[in-house]
Design a protein around this ligand. Sequence first.
Ligand code: ADP
Ligand code: MG
Length: 730
Amino acid sequence: MSTSSARLSAIQAVTTYKPQPSAFNFHETRPMDIYGCNVFNDKVMRERLPKQVYRSLQKTIRYGETMDPAIADTVAAVMKDWAIEKGATHYTHIFYPLTGQTAEKHDSFFTPDGNGGVIAEFSGSMLIRGEADGSSFPSGGLRSTFEARGYTAWDVTSPAYVQENPNGVFLCIPTMFLSWTGVALDKKTPMIRSGQALNRQASRVLKLFGIETDLPVVAYAGLEQEYFLIDNNFNFARSDLMVTGRTLFGARPAKGQEFSDQYFGVIPQRVLSFMMEVERELYKLAVPVQTRHNEVAPSQYEIAPLFEAANLAVDHNHQIMSTLRNTAKHYGLKCLLHEKPFSCINGSGKHVNYSIGNADLGTLFDPGDTPQSNAKFLVFCCAMIRSVHKYGGLLRATVASASNDHRLGANEAPPAIMSIFLGDQLTSVFEAYRSGHLEHAGQGAKKRVMKIGVDTLPPLPTDPGDRNRTSPVAFVGNRFEFRALGSSQSAADSITALNAMMADSLGFAADWLERETAAGKSFNDAVQSFVCHCIEEHSAVIFNGDGYSDVWHKEAVRRGLPNLRNTPEAIPELVKPEVMELYERLHIMNSAELKAREEIYLEQYCKTIRTEATIAVRMARTVVFPAAVRWQRELAQTAQAMQAIGKDVRTASLDAVTNDLRLLQDQTAKLEETCAKAERVQDSLKQARRYCEEVLPVLGLLRAVADRIECEVPADLWPLPNYQEILFCK
Ligand code: ADP
Ligand code: MG
C-alpha cells in the first residue's frame, strides 16, 4: 500500500467505523463477578490451599517473611490445577528487564508421560525459580556472555494470574530477574529491596512515636497513565510513528489544543468502547482502574487506577500499558505511549502519587487532627523535603530518557529542576516553625509571637489549596505527586529512588530523635528541633510559584538546585558518590549494578536518537524530497508554458520550493554525517552528549525545512497523513 492510499484508507476507516456489538456487557455480567476472576488471589488461596500452607504463605505476603521452601510444591500444584481449570496450557515468569519493557518466556505444563500421553507438571522449584537465558537483554557488563543465564525468582507479594488470548490461556508469575551471583538485572529487584529499607527506617521513627505495627510499612503508589489514540492506518502510513512512536515531521495544525475544548470533553464513541474493553480486561486481573477522561491534547486520554502497594501498582501499570496497546488493535486504533508523539501539543506523562503507610496506620502523609498525628506528619513531610533536596539529582535521573526529554521543561510538564510544592498554608507552618513565630498573615506589624511546640501545633491544612501543576513534586493533601515521569516509562526506578531517599531521611530523623532524647530533651522538643533543622537546611527546595517561568530558573540557580536539562546531564547522577553510597548502605544496589544502569540507559538514549535520525533521513529522501520535486517540476513546466505564450511569469513558489529542496538535501546529508560521527565515539557518556548536542539540533533543522515544504506542496502530492488528519479524525 502506498502511503497516500493508506492515508485514504485511514480516513475511510474512521468515517465508516461501526461499533461492534460486544460479546460481553456489564448489564449481564456484573463487574463484581469478573473482578479478579483471573487472579490467584487471597480468596482462591484460602479456598484451595491446606490451612497450614495458606497461613505460611500469608506470612510471606503480608508480613514480608521469607517463604518456607517446604510449602512450594503444594502451592505450585494448587496453582497449576487452578490455571489449568481456567484453560491454561503454559506458564511464564513475567519480569521487567532494564529495557523498561515486560518480558515473558512461555513453557508448557505438559510433558510426555512415556505411554503416548502427556502429564501436567509444575513443581515448587518451577514456581519459585525460572531460568531465563537473558543473554540478549542489556546487562551493562554485569554478566559476560559465557555466564549469560539469568534466573527469575517469584515475587510472592505480587499475585499470579492467567492471561487470556482468544486461542488460549497462560499462567503468569511475576518475578525478579537476577544473575546467578545475585546481581539485579531488572527493575523489580531493587524496588523490592528499597521497600525493605524504607520499612526498617519508617518503623524506627514510628516506634519513637510509640507506634508499633505488625504490618510492614510500605510505599503506596497511584499511577495515572496518559496516552494517545490514533487510527491505526495513520500509524502504518508513517514509518516515523510506526518505528519510533513519534512523528519526526509534521507541520503545526491550524487547530491544536488552544481552545481547551478537549480536556474532560465528551469521549468519542469508538474511544469509549475501547476504554470499556480495556477496563473489563483489567478488572479480570484485579487492576483497580477508576477514572477515564479526555486529556488536554486532541486524541489524548488518561486512565488511572486506585493506589496500591507500590510494587503491585508498578506491575499493574505494566499490565495497563500492554492492555492499552493490545486492545487498541481491536478497534482499528493505535495506542501511543510515547512521551511526545506530536510537537506543538502536550505530551504524555505518568504521575506517581506516592505515600507511605499500611492498612493499620493509613497514610503517614496525612496531617491528621491531633497534635500527635500532626507532629508525626511534620516529621515524615520534613523527611520528604530533605530527600528531594539531597537527592533531587537521583530522582531526576530516574525519569531521564530520549523521549521524556521532549516533555520535561517544555511548558506542559514540570521543569527538570527538582523542587517541592507545599502550598502556602503548609509552607507558612514550616516558616513559623523555623522562626519560632506564628505570623498572622495580613496583620502586618502586629505579629503575634508564640513558641510553637508539638503540643500547641495549630490544626494543619489537609488541602494545599491551589493545585500547582508546574511543580515536579507536589504535596496534595495526603500524598506527594511526582509528575516528571514519562508515560512510557516504568515507575520502578522512581519508586526505588523515592523509597531509598525516604529511608535515608527517616533513618536520619530516627537518629536525631534518639540522640536528642538521650541527651535529655523531651520528645516534643526533639521533634521541634528536627523540623527546624530540616527547614533551615533544606527549604531551598520548596517552591510554590510558577515552575515554568524564567524567573524560577534563575532563582533555582541562586538556590543551588541542579537543572539537569537532558538525559546525558541527568543519567550520570546515578553514579555520583553520594548515590552509590546511599544505595550500597541500604542494600538496594551496589556500585556495579548502578554503573550498569548508567551504561544501559545512556546506550538506550543513543540508540533511540540514532534510530530516529536514520528514519528521518530515509523519510526526507524517499518521501519529502520526491513530493517536493514533483511540485517543483509542475511549477517549472507551468512557468515554461506561460513564457511560451508570452505571459508574465511569477516564480515565487518555484523559488521557494527550489530553495527548500536545496536546504532539505543539505540538512539530510548533515544529519547523516553528524550521526555517523557520533556513532564512532567510544565512551557512552561522550556519545550521548554528541547525540544530544549535535544530532538532535540537526534533526530539528531538517524537520523545520520538511514542515515548511509540507505547507508548500499541493495536498494531493503530499504523501504523509498530516497532523490535522491524525489528531482530529476520530
Ligand atoms: P488528580 O487528577 O487530581 O491527580 P486522580 O484521581 O486522577 O487525581 O489520581 C489520583 C491518584 O492518586 C489515584 O491513582 C489515587 O488512587 C491516588 N492516591 C490517592 N490517595 C493516595 C495515597 N494516599 N497514596 C498514593 N496514591 C494515592
Ligand atoms: Mg494527578
